[in-house]
Design a protein. Sequence first.
Length: 270
Amino acid sequence: MMRQREGGGRTRSLAWLSIASLVALTIASVVVGFGWLPSAQADFSAVSLWDSICRAAGVPSAWVRQGSRQDTPAVASNVILLPEMARTAAPAAVGRGATLALNCTMCHGALGMSRSDAPNLAGQYPEVIIKQMEDYKSGKRGSPIMAALSKNLSADDIKDLAAYYASLPKARTAPTTYDETLPALVRVGDPMRNIAPCISCHGGVDQKLGAPWLEGMPKNYLVQQMQLFKTGERRNDAQLQMRNVVRAMTADEIDAVATFYARKGEPAGE
Ligand code: HEC
Ligand code: HEC
């Protein structure tokens, strides 16, 4: 009896000893792995534990810098997208919008179809126009021209302009549909590089609230905007939706998807 109990005590203290050494080992490896080893590197610059974890997991530090240091202090946009922003507006709003839009025709075209490299606005989703105008106004999306033009517009003016442009027929380009002939990045993206397919947000499979209609846009505009997202100069996309997509894309890939979306083709039928 005695001997058995003694034996049990020894096993128990042995178990405690191994738990204690496991805990000590874990603490030591955390200190060494996240603190001592990284700090011994020449480019050590950990600002937080999250930073160290990303570093330990092998995330390139440029990503971490973009993801946490530049973006957390400032929100991407002040605009909260609501489903009602996407609803069709009353004819009176469209009429008021048409009058206000006389200030916009010079660059965006008489009927919202641009002849320059400014974006088309015809048939653009209303919530997109509202969000982008509010972002220009607040400076979340930088453009000296559009900042000046949106400065004196009220929230109602912007809503009416959005209603007017949404009421115009879209570019004569058929909406993208899920189909084998689409460029791979448009149709399936590239999971290995974390690139989601364009059609999962920009129409074809799904249109995410706030994702612009791209078909028939001037090619140079599409390339320029993707490059701005890539460099982080344009950063008004909530949750880095676009920045995450273009980050790993090459210049050739950007060119290819822009060529695809800029296609001028068959009537949209809408
Ligand atoms: C002098 C030329 C000019 C005028 C006038 C102008 N715009 Fe623009 N607009 C531009 C350019 C250039 C861009 C792209 C700027 C950028 O890089 O962000 C743009 C972008 C936009 C966008 C963003 C579209 C998108 O797909 O993201 C909207 C919305 C817009 N303009 C609305 C208007 C409205 C409404 C007016 C009239 C009140 C107007 N613009 C007048 C040149 C102009
Ligand atoms: C996760 C959803 C998502 C995916 C995937 C996505 N986009 Fe976007 N994209 C958006 C959103 C949302 C915006 C508007 C951002 C904002 O609020 O300013 C946008 C904006 C853009 C713009 C700027 C258009 C304008 O008029 O301002 C371009 C160009 C663009 N996307 C191209 C693409 C291409 C090409 C792909 C595929 C390689 C793609 N996007 C994949 C969500 C997405």
